[in-house]
Ligand binder design. Structure first.
Ligand SMILES: NC(=O)c1ccc[n+]([C@@H]2O[C@H](COP(=O)([O-])OP(=O)(O)OC[C@H]3O[C@@H](n4cnc5c(N)ncnc54)[C@H](O)[C@@H]3O)[C@@H](O)[C@H]2O)c1
Ligand SMILES: [Zn+2]
Length: 387
């Protein structure tokens, strides 16, 4: 596993030795420089392009890399009016035949029924294996469009155009796709890595501040588990120039995923730092009280408190983490009237409590994390009580 930065000619083709996550600085148009990350994991690999203004070039970019004529652009009712036509026009201009399918914005749309309805629409239109799917939206769209791509004709290519920070740094990387059921979130799904990810950082200008901030919860998590230097630099982050930060986060996540794509060896579990308690808080708040990243912010603090107790995380580093989360207006205390009992109840639904065994990720210092077998349910409860 290594990273390299080189200048490449005006061409998307290049060769990199197998099993790498590589970063290539890459001019696409004169005066602009696109960042490109090659994500490899097992037999599959894909590219992530990161630059301002990429939406206008989607057609050319996609045509160079994928076969097929028909594509479904799956988007939501907030994102489609902002960017749908631009993407459609770019694809049409490149000689492709796109159809824009818009579903209602919000997590409620991420269902098996909705995925089935989209597939039906594609079947009725007579599309076959040569078609492909573009997900244009946040993580909700990324997950459901990826799931459609995974099951339509037993799998067609999926292009992700993430439009939230969370989707750029987290959900578009790693190949997890899926939908929710009444029993819980993301219980049905498939690993179906994208064929290509296109991050146009300009779309983030339309993102409400609260949505941008929740993406920073995952960025801070990546810093805690894998990159002390990035963590330290976050206090001075330049919101006008997020591309290098996004690239670094993609590298961090993809390196971890490459070691454990199917969540079997425990490596991928590192990405769950803060998520055991975070998921329980989301569930206890009926998925309405907190955005995912906000619940994760609280979960990170609980995980830090457990880490102070069980992994010797220094107090001052715990305090630095709390300070950084606050900087992005993320919650660091639970409202006093929030029913903590509901969080304890919700903990039992967590996939990480396998056969009664607790799989809890602790951080002994900023920049490092590991799975602990030493954490008890009481430790977690105590951390929740202190939130
Ligand atoms: N597959 C994975 O590995 C993975 C990882 C983390 C999260 N997820 C999933 O991601 C989802 C959360 O993702 P999210 O936070 O991006 O939520 P989201 O997709 O619901 O987007 C949040 C809101 O922002 C709006 N929006 C999106 N882009 C916009 C833009 N550029 N300008 C204005 N508004 C915009 C959306 O319409 C929505 O209202 C959840 O479904 C979660 O389960 C998946
Ligand atoms: Zn998360």
């Amino acid at each position: 596993m290594f990273c390299q930065a080189i200048f490449a000619p005006l061409d998307f083709r290049f060769h990199i030795p197998a099993k790498t996550t590589s970063v290539i600085l890459f001019p696409i148009r004169p005066m602009t420089r696109s960042l490109l990350v090659e994500v490899r994991g097992g037999p599959r690999h894909y590219h992530v392009l990161i630059e301002s203004g990429l939406l206008a070039s989607v057609g050319d970019i996609v045509k160079k890399r994928l076969g097929g004529l028909h594509c479904a652009i799956i988007s939501d009712s907030n994102v489609a009016p902002l960017f749908g036509e631009r993407v459609k026009q770019s694809l049409t201009a490149a000689g492709l035949e796109p159809t824009l399918i818009t579903i209602a914005a919000g997590e409620e749309s991420k269902t098996l029924e909705q995925a089935g309805a989209i597939c039906d629409q594609m079947i009725v239109a007579g599309w076959e294996r040569q078609s492909f799917v573009i997900g244009l939206g946040g993580g909700m769209i990324g997950d459901i469009s990826g799931f459609v791509a995974a099951i339509f004709h037993r799998g067609i290519p999926h292009v992700q155009i993430p439009t939230t920070l969370l989707a750029m740094v987290d959900s578009s990387i790693g190949g997890k796709t899926g939908v929710n059921t009444s029993a819980g979130k993301n219980l049905i799904g498939a690993i179906h890595p994208p064929a290509l990810v296109i991050d146009d950082v300009d779309v983030l200008k339309n993102l409400p501040r609260r949505e941008l901030n929740q993406g920073f919860a995952e960025v801070i998590k990546h810093g805690i588990i894998a990159d002390a230097e990035m963590f330290a630099a976050l206090k001075d982050v330049d919101l006008e120039n997020l591309a290098p930060l996004i690239r670094r986060n993609i590298e961090i996540k993809s390196k971890i995923v490459a070691k454990d794509e199917r969540d079997r060896t425990g490596q991928r579990a590192l990405l769950n730092f803060g998520h055991t308690v975070g998921h329980a808080i989301e569930r206890a708040g009926d998925y309405k009280k907190f955005l995912h990243g906000e619940a994760i912010s609280l979960g990170i603090i609980a995980a830090c408190d457990v880490s102070v107790k069980k992994a010797e995380l220094p107090h001052d580093q715990r305090d630095a983490i709390v300070g950084l989360l606050r900087r992005f207006d993320l919650p660091t205390r639970l409202p006093s009237d929030f029913p903590r009992e509901k969080i304890f109840e919700a903990l039992q639904y967590d996939k990480k409590f396998e056969r009664g065994q607790i799989r809890f990720i602790v951080a002994p210092r900023i920049g490092s994390a590991h799975l602990s077998s030493d954490v008890t349910l009481d430790d977690i409860r105590e951390a929740i009580r202190e939130l």
